[in-house]
Design a protein around this ligand. Structure first.
Ligand code: PLP
Length: 389
């Protein structure tokens, strides 16, 4: 099948929810992808932050296929040793207490919201159910996580939305505290607003949120769906901020390319969800969990994590040296590039034509390269980027 045929069939048979680049990827290895004609692309996207060890990493493929040959799925009515091992690893590497598994970022954010509301219901009764989120945030595409998302563009068409979310200014603690009332049960943030344009939050602001939460018995939720699994240079970003959230959510790179999400909570919340209060048919699938165990083993390693910071700085330095670049921001290997010409979408398309995959977020170019990308591929990708701007 050629690309024209694929585009035509996609138009005919699929709902048009994605603005796709005209590239049909057939295979990949490491940080290189290959399309159906055999053309090569340096991949600075990692499947939007999912393939953190690149395409078809050998250790990950072995871990996943070994599990696949044992059992592909069991119902959550039975125990899965692989699932339990994965939960144990997540708790041990974060200092959090318990895990609920689902399949995606939105689903684990739903779990975080349920946890916060039920904690509050159990302790204070009805009506304490409002959650403070930040303007410019992104928390997912389900109805409730869209409601939690602080961008007007997402609050249309699908009314009614959950009205128990209010939105504060990022990096303005007065704005957050002014929204606290006897109805508030939680504060929910991303530490680096990814879809919002790669905006890292100030450390003081995040620490002040933690204090506000502990002073008012509010659940402090950090959405680490995009920032987690080494992306910003620590296994989870909250670890480099030096805060202790009550809840974190992880997905994207957690399964290394298979759908998996985890909502982790501390001891205070560990008995809140009881049988029947949450569930998932596929959540914690053993094949996805086998992938996640390999991901945690490989990423949660001082040397690997410090290399992420080094590579992130290396990429940022190279980009800052380009005349067309106004600003480079982000953390670790979560990188946003503001272009002087404000033509990110056009540049991203040209990059794809020239053999480089990049993302956009709002009006900037966003890079989420595989964390183990070799310097040679970074250099090659940046050369293509230069040519494309
Ligand atoms: C911070 C954050 N939360 C939640 C989500 C939603 O994740 P998913 O698409 O897996 O539902 C995303 C996706 O981009 C995200 O970046």
């Amino acid at each position: 099948m050629d690309i024209e045929q694929i585009v035509q069939d996609e138009n005919k048979y699929m709902m048009h929810t994605f603005g796709r680049y005209k590239v049909a990827i057939e295979s990949g290895k490491g940080s290189r992808a290959y399309d159906i004609d055999g053309s090569e692309y340096i991949d600075f996207t990692a499947g939007i932050g999912v393939n953190a060890l690149g395409y078809c990493d050998e250790g990950w493929v072995n871990a996943v296929t070994a599990q696949l040959k044992k059992v592909q799925h069991i119902s959550n009515l039975y125990y899965s040793p692989t699932q339990v091992e994965c939960a144990k690893k997540l708790c041990q590497s974060t200092g959090l207490d318990k895990v609920f598994f689902a399949n995606s970022g939105a689903e684990v954010n739903e779990c975080a919201i349920k946890l916060a509301r039920k904690y509050s219901f159990d302790k204070y009764g009805q009506g304490r159910n409002e959650i403070i989120s930040l303007k410019n945030s992104f928390h997912g595409r389900t109805m409730t996580t869209l409601s939690a998302t602080g961008q007007e563009v997402f609050h249309q068409f699908f009314y009614p939305f959950d009205e128990c979310f209010v939105f504060a200014e990022a990096n303005d603690i007065d704005s957050v505290s002014s929204l606290v009332s006897d109805k508030t049960c939680a504060v929910m943030i991303e530490l680096v607003q990814g879809e919002g344009g790669v905006m890292p939050l100030d450390n003081d602001f995040v620490k002040s949120i933690q204090k506000l939460c502990s002073d008012n018995d509010l659940i402090f939720i950090i959405d680490e769906v995009q920032t987690g699994m080494g992306r910003t240079g620590s296994l989870f970003c909250f670890q480099s901020y030096g805060v202790k959230p009550d809840v974190i959510t992880s997905s994207k790179a957690l399964g290394g390319g298979l759908p998996l999400g985890a909502c982790l909570c501390n001891e205070k919340l560990s008995e809140v969800l009881t049988p029947g209060t949450n569930g998932s048919t596929f959540g914690g699938n053993p094949v996805a969990c086998a992938g996640a165990i390999e991901m945690i083993n490989r990423i949660d390693n001082e040397e690997f994590l410090s290399e992420i910071k080094k590579k992130g700085e290396y990429i940022a330095q190279k980009l800052k040296a380009l005349d067309e670049v106004e600003q480079v921001r982000g953390m670790g290997m979560m990188i946003g590039i503001v272009l002087k010409k404000d033509n990110a979408k056009e540049v991203a398309s040209r990059c794809a034509q020239n053999g480089l995959l990049v993302l956009t977020a709002k009006n900037l170019i966003r890079l989420l390269p595989p964390l183990n990308i070799p310097y040679e591929d970074i250099d090659k990708g940046i050369e293509i980027f230069k040519k494309s701007i």
